[in-house]
Design a protein around this ligand. Structure first.
Ligand code: FES
Length: 116
């Protein structure tokens, strides 16, 4: 049993736990960020990729293709989307898969084919 030795603490706000994924981290200087290719880095052993979309917004995704786990940072930027080097799947700003070249034109892209 835990006894609160400070009765005033019971009226204080709830104790917050530290979540490292809810913090900002310096990754690189904007001037050093490549404009037309992905930038790979890792944070807490999680591989991440950074790239710019068509409007110049910085997009950060997990550096792992949902198809066969290839590094997205080995791919290229095509029309503001990151394109996997291996089979050409393309992903947008929210990690949604926007293009699978092997699918027929009117086929629906599976929702599981997205990047975190
Ligand atoms: S491994 Fe990325 S599209 Fe196949």
């Amino acid at each position: 049993m835990i006894v609160d030795s400070n009765p005033a603490a019971s009226t204080s706000p709830a104790i917050q736990t530290f979540n490292p994924k809810l913090c900002w981290y310096p990754v690189c200087f904007v001037e050093d960020l490549p404009k037309n290719r992905p930038y790979s880095f890792s944070l807490y052993d999680e591989p991440l990729v950074l790239f710019q979309d068509k409007e110049g917004n910085l997009i950060c995704l997990t550096d792992r293709c949902p198809h066969r786990a290839a590094k997205l940072s080995d791919g290229q930027i095509t029309d503001g989307k990151i394109e996997c080097l291996y089979h050409g799947w393309q992903f947008g700003a929210d990690g949604e898969c926007l293009h699978i070249p092997q699918l027929e034109a009117n086929a629906k892209i599976p929702t599981a084919a997205c990047v975190k």
